[in-house]
Design a protein around this ligand. Structure first.
Ligand code: HEC
Length: 150
């Protein structure tokens, strides 16, 4: 009899365990939030232009084809790292010009290649979008996504 779990012990293990894991979950959630706000986000670089660029990104639903840091659709290249891929870390001016030029040149009618639509954006909207890409690229994602497409 003494080796069996009494009702009381079983109940204590259930409630104790539930409480323990609930508190652990709450602590990890708080830590993740703290980490995102204080460590991985480029807060100083979060300018008005970046925020406006995010609105342009959302208004035109670029995410319906593209992914950003792994989230989104997989029809078109990942853009969370596009600033680095266009050499923005070494040469910001030419990366800015190349990105704006690419968006303005759409649609490219290359047979057999996926097409991006034209969006008819203003210079201001294009500048803001590029700022949004530059800022997103500066987020410390701890190497996420593991194998970025594009
Ligand atoms: C209907 C799908 C679609 C939508 C919506 C779309 N794109 Fe694209 N985009 C593409 C495709 C496809 C490519 C790759 C084309 C190629 O390589 O020839 C691309 C390429 C790009 C590139 C170049 C990426 C690289 O790695 O060279 C940029 C920058 C870009 N898109 C920005 C945007 C922005 C900003 C928006 C929203 C305003 C947007 N796209 C909306 C389909 C889309």
């Amino acid at each position: 009899m003494s080796e069996m779990l009494s009702r009381n012990r079983a109940r204590n293990i259930f409630f104790g365990g539930s409480t323990f894991f609930f508190l652990l979950f709450a602590a990890l959630t708080a830590h993740s939030h703290w980490y995102m706000v204080n460590v991985s986000t480029d807060r100083e670089g979060l300018t008005e232009a970046v925020a406006r660029g995010k609105h342009v990104w959302e208004k035109h639903s670029c995410i319906n084809c593209h992914s950003l840091i792994g989230e989104g659709a997989y029809f078109a290249p990942e853009l969370g790292n596009v600033w680095t891929r266009y050499g923005g870390r070494e040469n910001p001016d030419s990366a800015r010009a190349a990105l704006k030029g690419w968006i303005k040149a759409q649609p490219l009618n290359v047979p057999g290649r996926r097409k991006m639509p034209a969006f008819d954006l203003s210079e201001q909207e294009l500048d803001d979008l590029v700022e949004f890409f530059r800022w997103t690229d500066a987020i410390d994602t701890q190497d996420w996504p593991p194998h970025p497409v594009g």
